[in-house]
Design a protein around this ligand. Sequence first.
Ligand code: NI
Length: 172
Amino acid sequence: MDFEIKVYPDPVLRKKAEDVEKIDDEIIKILDTMRDMMYSYKGIGLAAEQIGLTKKLIVIDMMPEGTSELIQLINPKIVKAEDIYEEHEEGCLSVPGYYDVVKNRKKGIRVEYIDRNGNEQVIETEDFLSVVLQHEIDHLNGTLFVDRLSPIKRGLFKKEWKKIQKERQEKE
Ligand code: NI
């Protein structure tokens, strides 16, 4: 399987992911590929849509290089969220070179998912992991962090993005 990171405005990033019905060899292979790509691109999270697959799969590892705390989530869903909001600067492998503060992330969340062995798992967190989980689960719903910016900032993003694209093309 040969995959590449899909970059904004690729339409696959707007698709809603489907539930994984069965954890077979193909799903395990995809999870491993996502893990490897996340590490090689130095991301802290990756959703399947970012490699062009509309399946509810996410990998996360927020530990610094050389250490590892890999979480692989199948069919994750947020089942509880506090009504407290937090601001964090976010970036995304699918929007490379652009970073901005997202203001409407929930602070404490509870996420249920299936792990690669088929076991039900729960994560409850108020830490930065909460933001990362919301960012990645957004991907499964076709939402990018730049969609969560205010209309003014979104306008600025679009301008900035054109600049980033132009610079990238000039380099090539
Ligand atoms: Ni992302």
